[in-house]
Design a protein around this ligand. Sequence first.
Ligand SMILES: Nc1nc2c(ncn2[C@@H]2O[C@H](COP(=O)(O)OP(=O)(O)OP(=O)(O)O)[C@@H](O)[C@H]2O)c(=O)[nH]1
Length: 315
Amino acid sequence: MNDTTPEKTKLSWWRRLSGGLKRTSSSLGSAVADLVTKRKLDRAMLEDIEDVLLRADLGTEVAGRIAAAVGHGRYDKTISADDVKTVVATEVEKVLSPVAKPLVIDETQKPFVILVVGVNGSGKTTTIGKLAAKLSAEGRKVMLAAGDTFRAAAIEQLKIWGERTGSPVISGAQGSDSASLAFNALTAAREGKLDVLLVDTAGRLQNKAELMKELEKVVRVIRKVDASAPHAVLLVLDATVGQNALSQVEAFHRTAGVTGLVMTKLDGTARGGILVALAEKHKLPVHFIGVGEGIDDLAPFTARDFAQAIAGIES
Ligand SMILES: Nc1nc2c(ncn2[C@@H]2O[C@H](COP(=O)(O)OP(=O)(O)OP(=O)(O)O)[C@@H](O)[C@H]2O)c(=O)[nH]1
């Protein structure tokens, strides 16, 4: 028996995603079920439904639209929890579909430079490792730049991912300048005719001005070597942070020009609803979701699966 068929793989990450989203979906599902039992739909019930959606981090616009869609043609009728879940899934899918976009590697850019940014511990280094595995499995020559010079452990962690994925790693001493490390790595990747250069950066809080300035410098220095680079700037967001993700997106977008998002830790006690609010507000592409710490635990983002998991509907 082959355990790695696409269906099996999909099922396993789906289980982890819907398991992880339980905090959102079961609270959505059970709260909705509690609300609709044996009552006819009226304004008060719709307001209660909207409250549940707001508590799940979906944001005011989307919560309002879903409540209106639930109310449409159903006033004074008894409705079931499944009816509400179906409307939630449909409306959430409408918001997510336009942002669910794969990461496209432009083959004419050699190397295609991907800068990975985000706050401390969001999962940048792990995501780089998983991405390196994916891209090399597709036949690309990948190089990693250990631009998180702040933490010695981060450099070591990236080296381990380099060994696991057969990707060369360019690193410097702890505390060395991350912009010059990025410069050296890009020069080396060019000389070595690598296809993709993945650049790690130190985790920084979005409200620390001097650290954000340092990130700006990394981008500036990369542009000195290749004016079109970085070709992608991925912001890695930890799903468990909830509302704080909104200000992270704003600050990192302003500083580094984010081109796409990766949301990690959706296998944990995640609050995935925030991704819906982000999609509604910023409309940035969402490329991948992280559903575990292993090398294969990075899944392409698909709007329908995510919407159904949020609504608590079994796939
Ligand atoms: N459960 C789970 N854990 C994850 C996921 N992605 C990353 N992690 C874990 O989260 C922790 C932090 O991940 P890192 O990749 O070190 O995060 P980082 O953003 O590079 O951290 P800094 O170097 O401090 O900025 C590690 O223990 C990872 O194994 C995921 O999708 N699911």
